[in-house]
Write a protein that binds this ligand. Sequence first.
Ligand SMILES: *Cc1c(COP(=O)(O)O)cnc(C)c1O
Length: 413
Amino acid sequence: MSRSTQEPGRLPRVLLPEDVRSETLAVREGLPATPWGENSEALFLTSSFVHPNAATAAARFANEEEAFVYSRFTNPTTMMMERRLAALEGTEACIATSSGMAAIMLLVMGLLKAGDHVVCSQSVFGSTIRLLQGEFGKFGVQTTFVSQTDVGAWQAAIQPNTKLFFAETPSNPLTEVCDIRALADVAHAAGALLAVDNCFCSPALQQPAKLGADVIIHSGTKYLDGQGRVLAGALCTTQALIDTKFMPVMRSAGMSLSPFNAWVVLKGLETLAIRMQAQSRTALELAAWLEAQPQVARTYYPGLASHPQHALAMAQQSGLGGAVVSFIVRGDRPEAGRANAFAVIDATRICSITSNLGDTKTTITHPSSTSHGRLSEDQRLAAGITQGMIRVAVGLEHIEDLKADLARGLALI
Ligand SMILES: *Cc1c(COP(=O)(O)O)cnc(C)c1O
């Protein structure tokens, strides 16, 4: 049996047996069959590709022959990353973008026009809210924000011009979990598509396409890279939507991922599953420990039995809670909550004080003065983000070291 394809007019690619599992796909899917037979994924730093003659160039520009043309929309390293991520998400295809926000911009530019309407969870990433409401609002796309966990609210927000549902689960920093299959059913009954930002779980824990989502959005900056090195993004969906809706926008608008960053993410995908499993296990231990501390008023983590959507999260996320834990330190007044939260953050000597997440290094942040600092206090309280809240994105350090790092500050309260 041949180990690669050789169809005329198509790029040769390495073939895997049809039924290999995700661990195997993560380290092997997507390799092109090059004349050199390299075993490790090569980095193609080139802006354009040379054609043997003018007629071939014309055929390639007309999409009559598959070939690399220009790295704004085709590059071998980026293609490897796209194929590998699509395989892990269980979608036909993927298109890489320069950041997670660029993927959301591509989503809206590809699917919507002025006069269209979006129903979006109110607990999505802050920049997603600003992009939809502010930037796309300027171009006549309207968005209604609803409670992430209330399927009835999504249903009630539907208008005749609703084209898209947008959810992010679990959400940041409250780790609210929505029922992807239920939202897909409501969206589809209204003739709309469901997009899910799968940043927090990654395909290692959750594959929204298998639950009915039409488009999966990624910030590759987080767990896909996994080591806090590059900005990257991706949109995973059907080949037909990529060909007809998203590739034309990419070709014209150019929110492309650099091949170097694609290569970093491609190598990150190889260890994604073992990192997500290890980081989720540590996060569960840390969350259970935090929940038992007298200075902690409340802990938010989908893996805890006390989480409001615990059963749904376990069913939807391969039995794991992910690696983000939030908690509220005690404080009788908002100022006391803030002072206590700052004291805990400032007493750490291991956790990095930064709002990035998805890194092997644990990060700690105060959402109400950083990621959610541009909201008013009323908006923050409506979203459940109090001054005493701390978010920890658990990395690969030893659990006892992380507990000790947080215990230092909690002892001061
Ligand atoms: C970080 C993040 C984004 C944006 O991704 P960038 O790569 O920073 O542009 C989108 N959604 C979620 C859930 C994120 O955490």
